[in-house]
Design a protein around this ligand. Structure first.
Ligand code: ASP
Length: 344
């Protein structure tokens, strides 16, 4: 690797590079050249900056597992050539992709920064320029030992760097679109970029980057509500192909009792299914059995997802089910912190 820092941009799509369609006036994905044209500042960086773009840039609501894998493959194939990676991505499902990449990129010890914007780069008031420029700055930055400050998958948005698998998109209209409700931010960009090093993943032994992209999508999510009639989900739970359920319960992990639902979930778990209990609350965590109303879930064998975000929980479930066949190992992995996604 040369003295000048080198950063690879991976352009997947999203608002940042979109233009308005003349037919419908809706924003549609456009190519990287358009984006580059609006950020002449990129040529003033002292870094070497290269770009690989998706052949068909996507609105991020179209992101599939194969797209996560494609991003992983690009990072893996170019891992030795670059100091850091910036993934340009739509903000709608960015928290899912960041979570997925954090599980997929095993042994990562370089920055992978996802960013995007709420307004296209061609719009005068765009937030995209600052997001892009600072994300690149962070991806190429080194400490006094010549090492990257950041060795994990992050999201950079509106002056803040977040651990990717702790984020959720919480605003559809503010520039400050993301939150990390249960974990401190990793860096703040003001006049200087201030790293909160104690919060970053720094001291892991890495034997090099390995890709783990064996996802298993036999997963269902359930978000109950007061007054819900459970009969509409019983047949989904009884589907013999289903292997994992992420259930978003109330408060500390509480859930109303309903005999049919309780029996169906119990039989799902008894047959080897994995049930992960996370909270509908944005902040805080599941404390299994704190209330009598949550005890039954613990008793039938639900695993506490503690303070996992919904996005991280879904990705972790698909990752663990793809990685392990043994039921106890699956449960063990889901209940423990793997890559900083969960507080112990
Ligand atoms: N719909 C867009 C996307 O996620 C929104 C954005 O980029 O902010 O691709």
């Amino acid at each position: 690797m040369q003295d000048t820092a080198s950063v690879l941009l991976i352009y997947t799509g999203g608002t940042i590079g979109m233009i308005q369609s003349p037919d419908s006036n809706s924003y549609v994905p456009f190519n990287f050249e358009n984006l580059y044209k609006h950020v002449p500042e990129l040529s003033r960086f002292e870094y070497q900056i290269d770009c690989i773009e998706f052949e068909n840039p996507l609105d991020s609501s179209e992101m599939r597992i194969s797209d996560w894998n494609r991003i992983g493959d690009i990072i893996h194939e170019n891992y030795q050539k670059y100091d850091g990676f910036v993934v340009l991505h739509g903000s709608d499902t960015m928290a899912y992709t960041a979570s997925a990449l954090s599980f997929m990129l095993k042994g990562l010890d370089k920055p992978v920064i996802l960013t995007g914007s709420q307004l296209p780069i061609g719009v005068i008031r765009t937030d995209g320029k600052e997001n892009l420029i600072t994300a690149i700055e962070i991806a190429g930055a080194k400490d006094e030992k010549g090492e990257s400050h950041i060795k994990e998958v992050c999201i950079y948005f509106e002056y803040r760097l977040y651990r990717g698998n702790r984020t959720t998109k919480y605003s559809a209209s503010h520039f400050e679109a993301f939150e990390s409700p249960n974990f401190q931010i990793l860096a703040e960009a003001g006049v200087e970029i201030e790293y909160h090093i104690a919060s970053t993943i720094q001291d892991h032994e890495s034997e090099g980057l390995k890709l783990e992209k064996n996802w298993n999508d036999r997963v269902l999510t359930i978000r109950p509500f007061p007054g819900m009639n459970p009969k509409y989900i019983l047949s989904a739970i009884e589907n013999p192909e289903l292997e994992g359920i992420v259930m978003e319960t109330f408060g500390n992990g509480n859930m109303f009792k309903n005999e049919e639902l309780q029996n169906t979930l119990k039989s799902f778990v008894d047959k080897g299914g994995v049930l992960l209990n996370i909270t509908q609350c944005l902040n805080g965590h599941v404390t299994a059995g704190l209330y009598e109303s949550g005890l039954w879930l613990k008793e039938i064998g639900a695993i506490s997802g503690k303070d996992l975000t919904f996005e991280a929980a879904v990705c972790k479930m698909m990752y663990v089910l793809g990685k392990e066949q043994d039921i106890d190992k699956r449960k063990g992995l889901l209940g423990q912190n793997l890559v900083g996604e969960m507080s112990i």
